[in-house]
Ligand binder design. Structure first.
Ligand SMILES: Cc1cc2nc3c(=O)[nH]c(=O)nc-3n(C[C@H](O)[C@H](O)[C@H](O)COP(=O)(O)OP(=O)(O)OC[C@H]3O[C@@H](n4cnc5c(N)ncnc54)[C@H](O)[C@@H]3O)c2cc1C
Length: 448
């Protein structure tokens, strides 16, 4: 357990994701006072949120209490607060309740949020996967449509079992594969009056391939595997509009559905704009090679909120491994600065890129040369990198590894509808029935 002196330099870290936790953990070993602010009291492991959405994992498997992570680090004060503005001149952040924190150093690590590109109806009528609450909402909706189809088979005509995933990047591909796995697994075992064939999963992308950014071989492999799992892959097809009961595609076709998952892009968390600092692509904050904001040598931006470049100037993707390494590098530069040394430019150790497609199917392009692995070997590589990521933000990863090797026969123990709003679907026609059944409102009272 480290001791910290009351006059030690102070660092305020905003965001307890990979970047923020990686930074705070690296600082916790030194004589530095750290305040870690997050709107939630937990760290969430985003790469596994779709497993929560498909009841493969429980919420408690992918979230860890931030106070638990820093229980043995008295120099790190965790505060559950949402930061609403930043004053770069004084390195002060202000929170929703008016609380303020000023640091000798400031680390902005607030992550990202979905980007809808102005698609009408997308904000209101789609599900996404950026937080535990998002995953719970989607899980509730998935099980709600299964229950609805079971009780009212006529709803099949209204597309109750049609699920549309927008975006063929790793998140969309992984989500589509996990939903297909869920349906194949759960329909025969638990919904005896439904069949797998009644469900339709569509993966829509306006580009010509899935897993853009991966190799040509991976594009072909991933599409073939998705189709083998029964997923309809619609390429060169945009989503023009999302309505409460359907999506309208760029070729004019409409898919009736009550479950649209938006995996169509990311942009910086709202804090980037609130900070009043220059924003670049995706609304992200531009940073120097040392990971600081130009003109503010004591303000760092790390992880998804920043446009980070590698030592050779190449723009790095929004990945957990980039965030974790950048968070640690920022800590290293802060400690160097405190000791009177010059901060050094960020060097990213490329772990590669990977996507799990479903049972026995995965693609991994490993290491800086992106050595390509498919199938079970790809899955083993996926598992290795996720275990490494997890060990960067928490102590024990054995439960995760045990789950992963076992996951084909998983119990789906959290197959429950626990978000009442997401579980509730307005079918329109029910309102008429409700109106007939409802008591007439008393005089002077507004109908509900
Ligand atoms: C579904 C999904 C799957 C993914 N799969 C992979 C994968 O397989 N491999 C991989 O490497 N990457 C993956 N990623 C990307 C990876 O999760 C991100 O790159 C990574 O989480 C970024 O880390 P971060 O610390 O910058 O942000 P985050 O992990 O998003 O953390 C940001 C934190 O800031 C907090 N915060 C935000 N705004 C405020 C505020 N105003 N005040 C206080 N707190 C705030 C949030 O609550 C959150 O805890 C995936 C992402 C998603 C969404």
């Amino acid at each position: 357990v480290s001791k910290v002196t009351s006059t030690a330099p102070s660092v305020v870290v905003v965001g307890g994701g990979f970047a923020g936790v990686g930074c705070a953990k690296a600082l916790a070993k030194d004589d530095v006072r750290v305040t870690l602010l997050d709107q939630h009291n937990y760290h969430q492991f985003q790469p596994l949120l779709y497993q929560v959405a498909t009841a493969e994992l429980a919420a408690s498997d992918v979230a860890r209490s931030l106070r638990g992570i820093f229980a043995r680090s008295p120099s790190v004060a965790v505060k559950q607060l949402r930061v609403t503005s930043v004053d770069p001149a004084t390195r002060t952040v202000t929170c929703a309740g008016g609380e303020t924190f000023t640091g000798d150093y400031l680390v902005l690590a607030a992550g990202s949020q979905p980007r809808f590109y102005g698609t009408p109806g997308a904000v209101e009528h789609t599900f996404h996967l950026y937080s535990l609450l998002d995953a719970r909402r989607l899980r509730s909706r998935l099980f709600a449509i299964f229950e609805e189809a079971d009780v009212h088979p006529a709803r099949l005509e209204q597309g109750v079992l049609n699920i549309v995933i927008v975006g063929g990047g790793p998140t969309g591909v992984e989500t589509a594969g996990a939903v297909a796995d869920l349906i194949t697994d759960i329909m025969p075992r638990r919904f005896h009056d439904l069949s797998v064939e009644q469900a339709r999963i569509y993966l829509v992308d306006n580009g010509p391939v899935v897993l853009n950014g991966f190799s040509d071989k991976a594009h072909v492999y991933a599409k073939r595997e998705l189709e083998r799992f029964g997923i309809t892959v619609l390429l060169n097809t945009g989503v023009e509009e999302v309505r409460p009961d359907r999506v309208v595609l760029s070729d004019g076709t409409e898919i009736l559905t009550r479950t649209v998952v938006w995996a169509g892009g990311v942009q910086a968390a709202a804090l980037a704009q609130a900070a009043g600092l220059p924003q670049g692509a995706g609304g992200r904050l531009g940073v120097t090679p040392e990971l600081t904001i130009e003109g503010y040598p004591r303000i760092y931006a790390v992880g998804d909120i920043a446009n980070t470049r590698d030592a050779d100037g190449k723009e790095l993707p929004q990945l957990g491994s980039v965030a974790l390494q950048a968070g640690r590098w920022a800590a290293r530069n802060i400690l160097a600065d405190i000791d009177g040394h010059a901060p050094t430019p960020f060097h990213y150790k490329d772990k590669g890129i990977m996507a799990m497609i479903g049972d026995g199917a995965a693609v991994a392009e490993i290491g800086p040369h992106h050595h390509e692995l498919h199938g079970r070997l790809g899955f083993a590589a996926w598992l290795g990198v996720h275990a490494w990521l997890m060990s960067g933000v928490r102590q024990r990863v054995d439960a995760f590894i045990a789950w992963a090797w076992d996951f084909v026969g998983s119990s789906r123990s959290s197959s429950i509808i626990d978000d009442p709003d997401a579980g509730q679907i307005d079918w329109g026609d029910e309102n008429e029935e409700d109106a007939l059944l409802a008591e007439p409102p008393a005089e002077g009272q507004q109908p509900a």
